[in-house]
Design a protein around this ligand. Sequence first.
Ligand code: DX5
Ligand code: ZN
Length: 220
Amino acid sequence: MNNSIKISPSILSADFSKLGSEVVALEKAGADYIHIDVMDGHFVPNLTIGPEVIKKLRPLTKKTFDVHLMISPVDNFIKDFAKAGADIITFHPEATKNTSKTINLIKKENKKVGISLKPNSKINLIENYLSEIDLVLIMSVEPGFGGQKFIPEVLEKTKLLKDLIRQKKLKVDIEIDGGINFENCNLAKKAGANILVSGSTIFKENNGDLKRNIEILRKN
Ligand code: DX5
Ligand code: ZN
């Protein structure tokens, strides 16, 4: 099994009428992380869940809660998501006036820090922060909705980022998020991503066989 690759299923594609059992099912199916998409209807044109839901999900699993904040302003909510049980808190630099301040707010809560780049956002937006963070989330769709088509142009950016991390001798994970399926997951890995987020592929392919779909993404 390819141990270096982690699979982080996005619960945005789960059945929201039974999120608790869906999270438990993902753990049983071999998910490494649980990707939780938080949207505020302001930073992105969609509205999902907040800290209260995460608080209710927390006791159901020990799996890492990989929380993707598509909200702005973001600083006022860092503490709430940390207290609710987030393990990794990823934000968009466009959602804060001071990226360093937001990074430090997350670190103060002893959580891992992720920064997310939208498909058109350049690496230079985050280059100076690489030594302070744990993860870069490369969006391969415009943030806001599951089930969109993978944007292959982000693979070049992923390769550049991987080289930069290597040059700087840093230990920063590269997570790719959006439209990942059985055909493009290998391209994402080859480009340098070591964490794959997937919602619709994991929940919909093979009649929703979570275990099988997670395994295929990990192995392909
Ligand atoms: C989109 C979210 C993604 C999305 C992934 O804004 O950040 O995590 O839910 O879902 P799929 O895999 O269906 O593109
Ligand atoms: Zn996401």
